[in-house]
Design a protein around this ligand. Structure first.
Ligand code: FES
Ligand SMILES: [Fe+2]
Length: 394
């Protein structure tokens, strides 16, 4: 830990400890957690970096050779699918002089060439070519060992097509991390997922810290005022809280049946589901930064990409559980479904950005939780605070 980040924890240690009180007396995370760049830098390495953080989905690199640069609070990464179809993540930096290797999504024929001095890497990360490394006309040089200078891999895993990375390399096994959610949603078969295509993908660029997007997703409390449309077919009264300490939080709806284009059952459902899932939904924020929505007929992932301490890009990807739902005949309905979800996330823009602006006020000191309605939000705050207070014991 740098002295700067240690100062940031010391300054906020009292506030962080207040988060881990019973909900009736707890306060939320302090303003620095949403407004301070030093805090964000600490959080990137100590919270996001030590957990399993989502950086995108496999469908963004759908074909062998697809390559996509991704940044996480300025840290440059490459997400790619190698020629064997395997998803891999590397640090997006050339081993020679540290040039950023990939600047835009592209389709590779099997290698990545650095634009600076043309060192070339296999998609498995191996350094393959080093032109003129020993002088003009050479490709080799005494004492220079190519095998030591490949791309630097990042530990990664894929679940329900979401791609997770563990930057520190020492988080518990991914299987252990995902087990509670995998168990909760065991009725769903991830191999059935079919991405809805280009019109089932959108981004919402919001002027707020990534945690506010998580917190807003954790609660149904705001439905009547912010989402009157959604609240008409999935009412606040039909929702329940979801809390799994240390893992995820969110809400479920016992009644989700929108009439898309006048059709109440627009897509074929996942076969063989228990009755409890028919006309129902669950919305879960898996800590730290990915939001999932699951329904009998469709599933979505919202990967929250922290860009700066006060800017987040929400990457929305919609999938269906039946081949037929992804066919041409369902194109208009898929568009209507995507438009419906985009509308909901746009409705949330005002509140997540308003909470961000509110955190410039010294009169706000973490706020207060409704002991009934805000339990999932408190669950997330406790998780973040615990990661930070643990540093003082390290
Ligand atoms: S910096 Fe990449 S080849 Fe020199
Ligand atoms: Fe909302």
């Amino acid at each position: 830990m740098t002295p700067l980040s240690f100062d940031m924890i010391e300054k906020n240690i009292g506030a962080l400890r207040l988060v881990d009180q019973p909900i009736e007396t707890a306060a939320g995370l302090p303003n620095d957690a949403y407004t301070s760049s030093a805090f964000a830098a600490l959080e990137r390495d100590a919270v996001l970096g030590r957990s399993w953080t989502c950086i995108g989905v496999g469908h963004q690199v759908a074909n062998p050779g697809d390559v996509r640069p991704v940044t996480l609070l300025g840290l440059p990464l490459i997400l790619l699918r190698d020629m064997d179809g395997e998803i891999r993540v590397f640090h997006n930096v050339c081993s020679h002089r540290g040039m950023e290797l990939v600047t835009a999504p592209c389709r590779s024929k099997g290698t990545l060439r650095c634009p600076y001095h043309s060192w070339t890497y296999h998609l498995n990360g191996d350094l393959r070519a080093t032109p003129f490394v020993g002088g003009p006309g050479t490709t080799d040089c005494g004492g220079f060992d190519k095998a030591r200078h490949g791309l630097k891999p990042v530990r990664s895993a894929v679940w329900f097509d979401a791609v997770f990375v563990n930057l520190s390399g020492d988080a518990p096994d991914f299987a252990e991390f995902i087990a509670p959610l995998a168990e909760r949603w065991r009725d769903f078969d991830a191999s059935r997922l079919r991405h809805g295509g280009e019109d089932s993908r959108f981004q919402v660029d919001v002027a707020c810290n990534w945690k506010l997007a998580v917190e807003n997703y954790c609660e149904a409390y705001h439905l009547p005022w912010i989402h009157p449309g959604l609240n008409s077919y999935s009412r606040l009264e039909d929702h329940y809280n979801i809390e799994c300490d240390g893992h995820f939080a969110g809400q479920g709806s016992l009644a989700y049946r929108p009439a898309l284009n006048g059709n109440a059952d627009p897509f074929p459902a996942h076969p063989g589901l228990p009755d409890q899932w028919i006309g129902a939904a669950e919305y879960i924020a898996l800590f730290p930064n990915v939001l999932f929505g699951i329904h009998a007929d469709h599933f979505y992932t919202v990967c929250l990409q922290p860009v700066t301490v006060s800017r987040t890009i929400e990457h929305f990807e919609i999938y269906y559980f039946d081949e037929e739902a992804a066919d041409a005949d369902h194109g208009k309905l898929r568009q209507a479904n995507a438009a419906q979800w985009l509308g909901v996330f746009e409705e949330d823009r005002g509140v997540v950005e308003g909470m961000q602006r509110g955190r410039a006020s010294p009169a706000f000191r973490g706020g207060v939780f409704s002991p009934v309605m805000d339990r999932p939000t408190h669950c997330f705050h406790k998780w973040v605070a615990s990661k930070l207070t643990a540093l003082t014991n390290a």
